[in-house]
Ligand binder design. Structure first.
Ligand SMILES: Cc1cc2nc3c(=O)[nH]c(=O)nc-3n(C[C@H](O)[C@H](O)[C@H](O)COP(=O)(O)OP(=O)(O)OC[C@H]3O[C@@H](n4cnc5c(N)ncnc54)[C@H](O)[C@@H]3O)c2cc1C
Length: 408
């Protein structure tokens, strides 16, 4: 018997557990994780905990879009506050948690315009930033192809597997993490719930569903979640003298569906991470062939950006699942009496899912906050069209947006 059972040990689930332990040190919490913490998407991403929304609004950035911007910043900075608190408490070094900011980089005239427009909006919002010329961004990245850059200081760059393991390691009695313990189902039992796992059952009056797209397999949010994968490749370690610029930097693309690139510096040499490509996979699984196909795309993006690294190959390739909603809102709230959802990461899951986890914990414990009031105002995820229209629509939409991102 515990007070709260949390299903899922990613950003949302572990952040919910952390928030509960801060609100009530006596609350008994069980976090059930189907796999091993750090081996799922929360540990295998590009490591950007981003503080500002990605998208540039198409209007004059007044009224509604300004409110959306502020809302997004509140969500993302709440996540960063929780993460920073743990980093300080545990003395995490910069190799795990680095508040170094991020660059957004352009590779075309359209990308340049996008960065200029976004910089203008950041000025209007009073957000710190710096535009960089082609030469200045080359001095950072060592790449001759970028045509401009925009630096935003508020993003945290993490080593994702070390970060999420660190969050798990912060949890202390009476919070317990059970790995390799998938929740199979749950049913009403008296005033609470009985959660079944292969190892046994657990009683809890409250459950927080923090298993992202897999929440659907429990019958929640049917026809409302889009299961999208994204893909990454990481080079073998190379001699740092082969690439100019700084030894450590992280860059997202000017256009949202473009290519994220990071340079990671280790004692054994440097590595480049390339993340690009999205695919719609309603079965929440991808094939090795899909990973290899995305890998060939990564190879092309890598060789174009880093001609001096010709001959450096990719050592690792992988893919991971995300759950998006049509109207970009999380699958959040009390979805049955005593059952709370913190799912539907909508891509920026490092910050969005962390914040959803915090808000779900506060809702479950009846704790009021500005973040909680914001989540209470969010719309429910919109229904997707019936199949096969969702599949056809999602594939066309992703293909069109990737095409629009061009070389970015
Ligand atoms: C290659 C790649 C790069 C990315 N880069 C970034 C980035 O730089 N910044 C960013 O913000 N986002 C990034 N993302 C997205 C981000 O990783 C996800 O949005 C994020 O992991 C979502 O967090 P979550 O806690 O909601 O879900 P997850 O991280 O998916 O965690 C859910 C957990 O639930 C567990 N689970 C599922 N079913 C059950 C069950 N029945 N019982 C128990 N446990 C269960 C899973 O094993 C999993 O560990 C990236 C994703 C990928 C794949």
């Amino acid at each position: 018997m515990v007070d709260v059972a949390i299903i899922g040990g990613g950003f949302a689930g572990l952040s919910a557990a952390r928030r509960i332990s801060r609100l009530d040190q006596t609350a008994r919490v069980a976090v059930l994780e189907a796999g091993i913490v750090g081996e799922g998407p929360a540990g295998a991403n590009s490591g950007f905990i981003i503080d500002l929304p990605h998208e540039v609004s198409s209007d004059d950035f007044s009224g509604e879009s300004e409110a959306r911007f502020r809302q997004s910043v509140l969500i993302q900075r709440s996540a960063i506050a929780l993460a920073s608190e743990m980093a300080t408490e545990n003395g995490w070094g910069k190799e795990v948690f680095d508040p170094c900011g991020r660059y957004s980089v352009a590779i075309s005239a359209e990308g340049d315009k996008h960065l200029d427009d976004y910089a203008q909006q950041l000025t209007n919002m009073g957000e710190d930033h710096r535009l960089l010329s082609a030469g200045e961004i080359e001095a950072v990245t060592g790449s001759p192809v970028y045509t401009s850059g925009l630096f935003m200081p508020g993003t945290i760059i993490v080593q994702p597997a070390a970060y999420i393991r660190g969050v798990a390691d912060c949890l202390k009695e009476p919070v317990t993490l059970y790995e390799r313990t998938p929740a199979l189902s749950f049913e009403r039992s008296g005033a609470g719930w009985l959660v079944k796992t292969p190892q046994g059952s657990l009683r809890a009056p409250k459950i927080i569903m923090a298993n992202n797209g897999h929440v659907e397999s429990f019958g929640f949010f049917p026809g409302r979640l889009l299961h999208v994968f994204t893909y990454a490749s990481l080079t073998a370690a190379f001699d740092p003298s082969l690439l100019g610029g700084e030894r450590k930097w992280a860059a997202t693309p000017a256009l949202p569906m473009g290519t994220t690139v990071r340079r990671i510096s280790t004692g054994a040499g440097d590595r480049i991470l390339v993340r690009s490509r999205y695919s719609y996979n309603p079965s929440i699984a991808v094939s090795d062939a899909a990973i290899q196909r995305a890998g060939r795309l990564h190879d092309g993006k890598f060789s174009k950006r880093f001609p001096t690294l010709n001959g450096v190959g990719m050592q690792y390739r992988w893919a991971g699942a995300m759950a998006l909603t049509r109207n970009h809102v999380p699958a959040f709230g009390e979805i049955e009496r005593g059952v709370f959802a913190a799912c539907g990461c909508n891509g920026l899951g490092a910050s969005n899912s962390t914040a959803s986890g915090i808000a779900a914990a506060e809702l479950a414990l009846g704790h009021g906050s500005e973040l909680g009031r914001l989540y209470a105002r969010l719309a429910a995820p919109a229904a997707l069209p019936p199949q096969p229209f969702t599949t056809i629509g999602a594939k066309i939409h992703l293909a069109y947006r990737e095409w629009s991102a061009g070389c970015e």
